[in-house]
Ligand binder design. Structure first.
Ligand code: NDP
Length: 283
């Protein structure tokens, strides 16, 4: 009887529950997507194109961007353009936004996703490395958002910022990376408040991701972290859904939301729990 009741509840839920995500809303949406030559960004490019969005992708490697654009065309892309740019250069964010606005005639989504190569090792005192990481992972996000804000406002658009669990819970081997992700949280959460205070209708979605099976993440964490990596295409879709539904914070996998809550609620146990996921023991 219990099984039967559960089956009935599930059937009723399936009947009455309406997915708040409407894929149609992305048809014709104008998207600028960074870090799209690999990993989660590449998968987001494919999803957006399948949904009928008009997309500009960017990253440093032109040849790889061309391949991504070709694949997008085979998936039925309405419009796909690419612009190679290195976000360690302070002048590039504005140039990239101008290109996208000019080619697409405006912007509905700015999806900030790129990151500099991360060493995933113990802090060795290299301050210049931290500066570089902050430039690519944080300052270029601020500059891209600044350059795009007025255009996004005209379309009641969305800013989607890809962050990490390391931007909520500091973990070993991620000193500079973690700092750059905490900075994103601080800046874009504060900006969300200010936009609301000024009644400017631009949504800000901060995406908190756990370990995802991209080549760079798997390479970095091999032998150091005991955690199952989630699939990049699924993470990419979760980000796109979160942005389209204008949620303030998107957690993927969803369980991370509760992990973050428990982290705050139980400070005395958290280091022990965290250590169990890492290949190290405290002195
Ligand atoms: P990848 O390393 O797979 O891809 C990074 C992208 O950024 C590439 O397209 C790369 O292209 C681009 N990039 C690197 N340096 C620069 C630069 N200087 N200027 C412009 N673009 C650059 O990253 P993931 O897909 O793994 O991560 C995507 C996002 O998800 C990141 O924000 C990351 O922090 C977040 N995240 C990922 C997790 C994971 O486990 N994978 C976990 C938590 C969060 P190119 O080399 O051509 O420039």
């Amino acid at each position: 009887t219990a099984l039967c009741a559960a089956g009935i509840v599930a059937a009723l839920l399936a009947f009455f529950w309406k997915d708040p995500f409407d894929p149609e809303s992305l048809s014709g949406a104008r998207v600028l997507l960074t870090g799209a030559s690999a990993g989660i960004g590449e998968q987001m490019a494919y999803h957006y194109c399948r949904f009928g969005a008009e997309v500009v992708v960017t990253a440093r490697r032109e040849a790889v961007l061309r391949e991504v654009a070709e694949k997008c065309k085979t998936l039925g892309a309405k419009k796909i353009l690419y612009i190679p740019a290195d976000m360690s250069s302070p002048s590039e964010p504005e140039r990239v936004v101008q290109f996208a606005v000019q080619k697409l005639g405006g912007l509905d989504y700015l999806v900030l996703n790129h990151i500099a190569a991360n060493r995933f090792q113990m802090w060795d005192g290299d301050v210049e490395y931290t500066r570089r990481l902050m430039q690519v992972n944080f300052f270029s996000y601020v500059a891209l958002a600044t350059a795009a804000l007025q255009t996004l406002e005209r379309s009641n658009g969305s800013l989607v910022v890809v962050s990490s669990l390391a931007g909520r819970i500091p973990t070993p081997f991620t000193t500079s990376y973690s700092a750059s992700k905490f900075a994103l949280d601080g800046f874009f959460t504060s900006l969300r408040h200010e936009l609301a205070m000024q009644k400017r209708n631009v949504s800000v979605t901060l995406c908190i991701l756990g370990l995802i099976d991209t080549a760079s993440a798997l390479e970095n964490t091999r032998g150091k972290v005991y955690m199952t990596a989630s699939p990049a295409p699924e993470a990419a879709l979760a980000i796109i859904r979160g942005g389209a539904m204008r949620v303030q914070e998107l957690f993927y996998p969803w369980l991370l939301q509760h992990v973050c809550q428990l982290w705050v609620l139980f400070p005395s146990n958290r280091d022990r729990v965290l250590q169990s996921y890492y290949n190290y023991s405290s002195p």
